[in-house]
Ligand binder design. Sequence first.
Ligand code: G1P
Length: 299
Amino acid sequence: MADFDLVTKAVVPAAGLGTRFLPATKATPKEMLPIVDKPAIQYVVEEAVSAGLLDVLMVTGKNKRSIEDHFDRAIELEEVLEAKGDDERLSQVREPADLATLHYVRQGEPRGLGHAVLCAKQHVGDHPFACLLGDDLIDYRDELLKRMIEVRQARGGSVIALMEVPKEQVSLYGCAAIEPTDEDDVVRVTDLVEKPPADEAPSNWAIIGRYVIDPAVFEVLENTPPGRGNEIQLTDALRTLAGRGGDEGGPVHGVLFRGRRYDTGNKLDYLRTVVQFAADRPDLAPEFVPWLKEFLANR
Ligand code: G1P
């Protein structure tokens, strides 16, 4: 395999307006909402790093300065903690800045996920890249992204992550028509539809927010008209690539994911995610879980 074909960069679109979380997201980016004590976006960057991607480009927009501050040094705060000898908090404060090499590009206007990805064109260049959406947290122990990179390296083209959802939920996701391959967890994607009505969905397999994308997507996105919601949809561009051969940036494969995914994109799922993460934390669970049980028993 040629070096230029290695996946080394991650793109994290973080320019959304966060309207589902108003008023909390009026002045704070939704990506900065804490899951227990870390902002959601830090988990996403940690996942990219654990898949070996140390170059992370964030596509940001208005009101997103706190994301840059979070992944930067905080000298004043560090000095205070250092003077107190509070090494644990000091390392927590330094950790985000030491994780990866972060780059930023701004999406001037909210024209959709496809447009956000197009903003990464110059930074990514002619290489395949990973794209991680902050609304979905994937348990890093499930190594989804690593598997997707393997599939890209074996089969070329682009790779999306698919998860089976109940029929009535397909309209919340991009949805794939698929064919089996000789590997149990890998399918060939033959068609894609962004957020179809349940009765028009080609399957129950929903796109979750992890992608490994061939750079041919940029030229396709430049020529993709606004789709659902009058936005430029990444799903529509991938649909075009799914119809192409290997010499034109195709095909598209799906990795069927049966691991742990946590949705943080709406209030209810966000609450579930916070409770699950807290119940998994050795420092909090011994007090939190018995309290939660008692709280529920008395409802
Ligand atoms: C985006 C994509 C959609 C995908 C979803 C996964 O939608 O457009 O295809 O299924 O992420 O979270 P959004 O949730 O940003 O509306």
